[in-house]
Ligand binder design. Structure first.
Ligand SMILES: Cc1ncc(COP(=O)(O)O)c(C=O)c1O
Length: 413
């Protein structure tokens, strides 16, 4: 029998910290100083953003990249470029960060929630098909945790029903399937470079696409409605200044040098962890489809079935944290249960549609099960560790499982 749980006064499995994030070095310093001394700090004059757009788009099999201030604005710009009109419907998953749905609201369109698959945590094509109405114009699949959603199914459905597909690839830098890279499947895709992301400059985002017309539309919308061939004081469409700055792009260019190797490390560790943790009763790591060739593991997602494990999720996660493993229960509720949706607190958006919308009746059972009972995740920086680090994670799970009766006894004491 293992030693007593750390939660109950025993020794911790792990006292050392996991790798910290972000990782940076001399190349960030060099590029930042070069940018500083150049005096060209804005995208319109410098070369860093241009270089980054080119490299990041090419890495993801796309012809164009338009770098912007964050991964929420990039989604909204993609929706606007796609010609989404007021009160059109856009299908999104409820198991995602708020921005996937609020970007739709900020485009004055209606987010419609379709359930996720219990095994993959990704948007379920069958649920999406059922959610389509005559008002539906677009689907935004999220590559949850960094695992590419079922893009073959979404592309087929979009073709059949004349819909636009915009990938929310905020978690999926460098992820891929046998058919291509994350970001290259939809008409457009959106990535985030916010602090926690696998590629970061603090705050940033990008829209990728391969269609020249859509790229020109995104470029115009992110640059005050200007045209590339037009005059400076000539503004053609509703838009704003959403351009990424040169300092952010300087950091991203340096970070990009490490991305392929870091992704390979995360994917190797993630697959190893999934195999080992999946041997523990009640622990179900995110199912990897056969065509997944690279998972970016922004998150290592798993379900913890308390009944099969022998102790409830919250108690297990608390015990793991006490053993030195930072683990989270993830999104606590489906997006449609956020007060924003329940109260239709949409500000100036959707003045007409809000009268008929009632998000209190939304029901996505898999998402509800994941949020309220089974979902959990480890963050990407842990997966940058060594095999030794991964073994500590497994040891902690095994210890908590062996000592599960102590957790139950503690709860009923
Ligand atoms: C799935 C998803 N979509 C969109 C975003 C929005 O990105 P940002 O924070 O850069 O606006 C995030 C960021 O956390 C995200 O996780």
């Amino acid at each position: 029998m293992s030693q007593p749980l750390a939660l109950l006064g025993g020794p911790k499995v792990r006292s050392r910290p996991f790798p910290s994030w972000p990782v940076f070095g001399k190349e960030e310093e060099r590029r930042l100083l070069e940018t500083l001394h150049s005096g060209k700090w804005g995208k319109l004059h410098g070369l860093q953003t241009q270089e980054f757009e080119r490299r990041f788009a090419a890495m993801h099999g796309c012809a164009h990249g338009v770098a912007v201030v964050n991964g929420t604005v990039s989604l909204r710009i993609a929706l606007m470029a796609a010609g989404i009109e007021a009160e059109d419907e856009v299908i999104v998953p409820p198991y995602t960060f708020l921005a996937t749905a609020t970007a739709v609201l900020e485009a004055n369109a209606v987010p419609v929630f379709a359930d996720v698959d219990l095994e993959t945590f990704n948007l379920d094509p069958t649920a999406v098909r059922a959610a389509i109405t005559p008002r539906t114009r677009a689907i935004i699949p999220v590559h949850m945790g960094g695992q590419v959603a079922d893009m073959d199914a979404f592309r087929r459905l979009a073709k059949e029903r004349d819909l636009v597909v915009i990938e929310d690839a905020a978690h999926a830098h460098c992820a891929a399937t046998a058919s291509g890279a994350a970001g290259s499947f939809g008409q457009m895709s959106s990535f985030s470079f916010q602090s926690s992301k696998n590629l970061t400059c603090g705050e940033g985002g990008i829209v990728l696409c391969s269609d020249d017309r859509l790229a020109a539309a995104c470029r115009s919308i992110h640059n005050c409605g200007r045209l590339e061939s037009g005059a400076w004081y000539e503004h053609h469409v509703m838009s704003g200044n959403y351009r990424l700055g040169e300092f952010q792009a300087a950091v991203l260019n340096a970070q990009l040098d490490r991305l392929a190797e870091q992704t390979a490390t995360r994917d190797r560790n993630g697959q190893w962890l999934a195999r080992r943790l999946g041997e523990i009763p009640g622990v179900h790591p995110q199912k990897r489809p056969a065509d997944c060739t690279r998972h970016s593991y922004h998150l290592f997602l798993f379900r913890l079935d308390g009944e099969a494990f022998g102790a409830p999720r919250e108690a297990v996660l608390e015990a793991l944290r006490a053993e030195g493993i930072p683990v989270s229960a993830g999104y606590a509720l489906p997006l449609y249960r956020q007060p924003l949706f329940l109260n239709r607190a949409f500000g100036p958006y959707l003045p007409v549609a809000r009268k008929r919308l009632d998000y209190a009746t939304a029901h996505c059972p898999n998402c509800e099960e994941i949020c309220s009972r089974q979902g959990a995740w480890l963050e990407q920086n842990l997966l940058l560790g060594s095999l030794d680090d991964m073994q500590d994670i497994v040891r902690a799970f095994e210890k908590v499982h062996q000592r599960r009766a102590d957790l139950v006894a503690r709860a009923s004491a």
